[in-house]
Design a protein around this ligand. Structure first.
Ligand SMILES: [Cu+2]
Length: 114
């Protein structure tokens, strides 16, 4: 097999896999040259209120650069209510927030040491 064939296969694979890995909304970001495409990262926060029934959690959070949001206290919705099970009010956490159609969803929570 010639090396050029391997390169061609890699390019095809990357091109078809990237949009699949991201959500439909984020899929366009890698192709943009704009500076607004900040990669999503974990945000520091402190749990203020937990509502296990609705999956809502109030968090005092630091800057969320990929959502272009300054630090504030606000309500998020956990994608999976089970994410909230280990939490207690006052816990320091790191969490992944994502904007889905204007609704802020938490997809991951990492508790920090109490
Ligand atoms: Cu906020």
């Amino acid at each position: 097999m010639k090396p050029t064939h391997i390169l061609a296969i890699c390019a095809l694979t990357l091109g078809s896999c990237l949009p699949v890995a991201a959500s439909a909304q984020n899929a366009v970001a890698p192709n943009k040259t704009a500076t607004s495409a900040t990669p999503a990262s974990l945000t520091d926060g402190e749990v203020r209120k937990i509502d296990p029934g609705t999956g809502k959690v109030t968090i005092k959070h630091g800057d969320i650069q990929h959502l272009d949001m300054p630090g504030m206290t606000m309500v998020f919705t956990a994608r999976d209510k089970a994410l909230l099970a280990p939490l207690k009010v006052g816990d320091k956490i790191r969490f992944m927030a994502t904007d889905e159609g204007g609704k802020l969803i938490i997809t991951e929570i990492q508790p920090l040491a109490r």
